[in-house]
Design a protein. Structure first.
Length: 193
């Protein structure tokens, strides 16, 4: 009798009594028979959140770098270049939930691209207007930075759908706290009369 060596493992098979189930894969390709926890699924049916137009504080929560390659229908204003994709987290004022928006910056030497990069750097405190800029897109430098943005709505290509649009970046104003009092305007000192 001929014996065949089969490496096939039934992904639906249950572990025998007293054995533990195989650990579930944390990231990467999903396989038949895998179990994904409810926490990993998140709020997948929440849908797109259209924020009311206005000014919002944000926190940078992710940064990806890729190459931008203009398509055949592009306007020609931006050539091939490095593209920085920021994920900015805003708070929805209606329920306080987090809303993440992607913001693309193109490392291309034209006034529009340079202005958008400088506005972002100004908003997160990495640059001051009128000074030279040094680009630093390391995740450990950018992620966690806070700033402010003005959001308006833009129409989708169908002419009906509306989307969040970051119209303008603004510096985050630092408000005085108990540990950071407002400087003295007069000739007095705290605790002295």
């Amino acid at each position: 009798m001929t014996q065949y060596n089969s490496n096939y493992q039934n992904p639906y098979a249950q572990p025998a009594y007293g054995q533990q189930a195989a650990p579930q894969q944390q990231s990467g390709e999903l396989m038949d028979g895998m179990t994904v926890s409810a926490a990993d699924l998140g709020d997948y049916d929440k849908g797109y959140v259209l924020l009311p137009e206005g000014t919002y504080d944000f926190t940078v929560v992710d940064l990806d770098e890729t190459r931008y390659q203009p398509g055949p229908k592009s306007s020609g204003k931006i050539g091939p270049c490095k593209q920085v994709i920021l994920t900015l987290r805003f708070k929805d004022p209606t329920d306080g939930s987090d809303v993440d928006l992607k913001h693309n910056l193109y490392m291309y030497n034209n006034q529009g691209c340079l202005g958008m990069i400088a506005s972002f750097y100004d908003a997160v405190g990495m640059h001051k207007k009128g000074e030279p800029i040094t680009f630093d897109w390391r995740k450990e430098v950018v992620i966690g930075k806070r700033g402010r943005a003005e959001i308006n709505h833009r129409k989708g290509s169908d002419g009906k759908s509306e989307y969040n649009n970051i119209k303008k970046m603004l510096p985050l104003e630092v408000m005085p706290t108990a540990g950071n009092p407002t400087p003295n305007a007069g000739n007095w000192s705290n605790g002295r009369f």
